[in-house]
Design a protein around this ligand. Structure first.
Ligand code: SF4
Ligand code: SF4
Length: 432
């Protein structure tokens, strides 16, 4: 027997650490300083638990092969279809940091009909349909959002094996009570809204096209949404830069306590999604304080999705597509422009090409990495950019930052679990 190569230790404090297995996704809280390197020095009880949870594996077991197999299986599932639809590229905001250059147009009628027929054609084989709405601002064409949700709900009556997950990313300004009610009736699972608190700072960055402030209205709408849609969740993204970092925490007092167990908060540096520098001491301290406060005050840090998937993001899934208003297909929601060079096909044709000719297999330089079963070679957009500019993967991806980010997310997820399970002092507890 041997230790799994994918065990990582995340320190909680001087006397406690988490042992997490990145391949099997098992989590242990240990109240001691360290574990012996030699497994023969473990007590029988501890050995048994660690073996049952795959922290200890058979000597001959090839874990790298198992990880690669899992990645291929997970990302080529024919029974899952994930689509991000862009009902509207138009937007009612003029955010100072917006990276989207094309800001006009709503989804064409022939594209809407084609999306419907694609879903219908696949429905009998699907166990899960993930439908996300993104923009521009999707609620600038709310009628398309309602139409698509209604269509899928009717289809589900004929294909009861098909579960669905509906998500909407919105700036929140048009999320009035009527819209919330309608989204609730249509079974929206999660909405994602961004606030760049506090209010004054947010308003300086995120104004409407006509220059009006937006903070109060978004906050009122979000709280009304949580009141109206009791089964839905809110993903509250808090954007920060050097200026507002220390004041972000003030945002956590803005959502009434009764709703907080349905609100997941997360912070991202403006221009996030690529390199996130959380190795800087000050930044890490402030974010630590933010997440501690969030956990103490009833928020969720992670609904668990990060630890449930076996890819870096949906771009790795062969059955994931972003459908633009004109029917062109993409793999990434964070492109500066949706032009031909990044398109992987068209909703009107049945053939798809590989984005940027980047292999869908894990990059060779990552095969030996301990973080492989959760990072899988990192962001695909960065990998495409590296290939186009003839750079090495490690020139565009900072592994140090990726690893720090993963460790932190595991730590905060575990602390949330410890809170929920009301765990007291205990020497060795399995918490997943
Ligand atoms: S990108 Fe870096 S951290 Fe991620 S799997 Fe590759 S080597 Fe590991
Ligand atoms: S490919 Fe990278 S930039 Fe695009 S959505 Fe995934 S993580 Fe974000």
């Amino acid at each position: 027997m041997k230790w799994s190569r994918y065990n990582i230790k995340v320190s909680i404090d001087e006397n406690k650490f988490l042992l997490y297995n990145l391949l099997y996704r098992n989590l242990l809280l240990l109240e001691c300083n360290k574990l012996p390197e030699n497994i023969h020095f473990l007590s029988e009880k501890t050995f048994r638990l660690l073996k049952e949870r795959f922290f200890i594996v058979n000597e001959n077991f090839n874990e790298i092969e198992a990880a690669s197999r899992l990645y291929r299986l997970w990302n080529n599932r024919e029974d899952v279809l994930s689509l991000t639809l862009i009902p509207s590229m138009s937007c009612n905001f003029n955010c100072s940091y917006c990276y989207e250059r094309e800001r006009k147009g709503i989804m064409r009628r022939d594209v809407i009909e084609r999306v419907k027929s694609l879903i219908e054609k696949r429905a009998d084989k699907l166990s899960l349909l993930n439908l996300s709405f993104f923009g521009g601002e999707p609620l600038c064409a709310s009628e398309i959002v309602f139409e698509m949700l209604n269509f899928c709900n009717v289809l589900k009556n004929n294909y009861p094996q098909m579960r669905s997950y509906y998500e909407l990313t919105t700036n929140g300004y048009l999320l009035d009570i009527e819209t919330s009610k309608m989204l609730g009736l249509l079974g929206i699972n999660t909405i994602q809204v961004t606030l760049d608190g506090p209010g004054e700072y947010h308003n300086s960055k995120r104004k409407t096209i006509s220059g009006k402030p937006t903070f109060s209205r978004i906050l009122t709408n979000v709280n009304n949404f949580l009141e109206q849609c009791k089964k839905s969740f809110l993903l509250l993204r808090c954007n920060y830069d050097e200026e507002n970092l220390e004041y972000l925490i003030e945002l956590l007092d803005k959502v009434p306590e009764e709703f907080r167990n349905r609100v997941q908060v997360y912070c991202r540096k403006i221009w996030g999604c690529g390199k996130i520098d959380i190795t800087q001491k000050k930044e890490r301290e402030v974010l630590d304080e933010f997440y501690s406060y969030a956990i103490e005050h009833g928020y969720r840090i992670d609904f668990g999705s990060f630890l449930e998937r076996y890819n870096y993001c949906y771009a790795d899934q062969s059955t994931y597509f972003l459908v633009q208003t004109d029917g062109r297909l993409y793999k990434c929601t964070a492109l500066e422009s949706f032009d031909e060079k990044d398109s992987v096909g068209n909703i009107f044709s049945e053939s798809y090409k590989n984005w940027g000719d980047v292999s869908l297999e894990v990059d060779k330089s990552c095969i030996e990495c301990k973080y492989l079963p959760i990072c899988w070679g990192g962001c695909r957009k960065l990998r495409v950019l590296a290939k186009r500019s003839n750079q090495k993967l490690t020139d565009v991806i900072s592994c140090k930052q990726v690893v720090a980010d993963i460790d932190n997310r595991i730590k905060w997820f575990a602390l949330q679990k410890i809170r929920d399970l009301k765990l007291g002092n205990t020497r060795l507890v399995s918490i997943s």
